[in-house]
Design a protein around this ligand. Structure first.
Ligand SMILES: [Zn+2]
Length: 263
């Protein structure tokens, strides 16, 4: 599932193929943009903002997309036929004389004035992988709802942008905090957001997501998707439960020994 580091890497790849080149393919397969044609515009840059992707063009437009749970962008040489997924999953194609970027099941495709990007991403908290990462503001925003469970607050992109379910679970394990701890009771929030940033930074340059530093199968994560297995630190059995209110509930994984519930 794409989290901030995956989106960051996607932006870098798209940037390498599209930036500085004139679009010769602009093919949006969603009703709202079916007639949009920005061929002839030059891509200035492709950047990630939290889990949002922004493709900025020199004619003053920004194309916004979001990967959500199942979307992906794939870059190949123009002239090659990408066969990453079936063609019916294609939502967008952007290309130039050398490269073709194909968006499979990408979501929230929108075309806005670059000056109005904040309408789409202005609500986001500080971006963990952004050039303007601001841990103090992230802590302040988290503390604005001190009764919220930390496991939900870390996923709220208005507090800080980029964390998905994997990093949420792993950060809480590393910090030895029970997922249902109220934000206001977390003893060291600055350290927690620093840990989140460090784990995501470590993984942003490659597609694999290891929070343990290990690459072996089944040992890449401390707790995420390891329910029923032994904790890599203490051998207790990892637990899983839904956290959050429908429809936004997510699986939370934790070690009952390393992350004891506070009384
Ligand atoms: Zn443990």
């Amino acid at each position: 599932m794409p989290e901030g580091d995956t989106v960051w890497l996607t932006a870098r790849r798209l940037h390498s193929g599209l930036a500085g080149r004139v679009l010769s393919t602009f093919d949006m397969r969603v009703p709202a943009l079916a007639t949009a044609d920005l061929r002839g515009a030059t891509v200035i840059e492709v950047v990630a903002r939290g889990k949002h992707l922004l493709t900025r063009l020199d004619d003053g437009h920004t194309l916004h997309s979001h990967l959500k749970l199942d979307g992906s962008w794939y870059l190949c040489r123009s002239g090659d036929h990408p066969r990453r997924h079936p063609d019916h999953m294609i939502r967008a194609r952007l290309g130039n004389a050398d490269w073709l970027a194909t968006g499979y099941r990408v979501h929230d495709l929108r075309l806005v004035a670059t000056s109005a990007e904040s309408d789409l991403v202005g609500h986001l908290g500080p971006d963990l992988l952004g050039p303007d990462w601001d841990p103090d503001t992230a802590v302040t925003r988290l503390l604005s709802a001190p009764a919220a469970a930390i496991g939900e607050a870390l996923l709220d992109q208005r507090n800080l942008a980029g964390i998905g379910n994997l990093y949420k679970c792993e950060v809480l394990f590393v910090e030895q905090v029970h997922p249902w701890t109220p934000v206001g009771d977390v003893s060291d929030l600055p350290r927690m957001v620093a840990t989140a940033q460090r784990l995501m930074r470590t993984n942003r340059d490659h597609p694999e997501q290891s929070t343990t530093g290990l690459r072996a199968r089944g040992q890449q994560h401390w707790v995420y998707q390891r329910s029923g297995e032994a904790c890599l630190r203490c051998r207790s059995t990892i637990r899983r439960a839904d956290q959050g209110s429908p429809p936004r509930q997510r699986s939370t994984y934790w070690c009952p020994t390393c992350q004891p519930a506070r009384r």
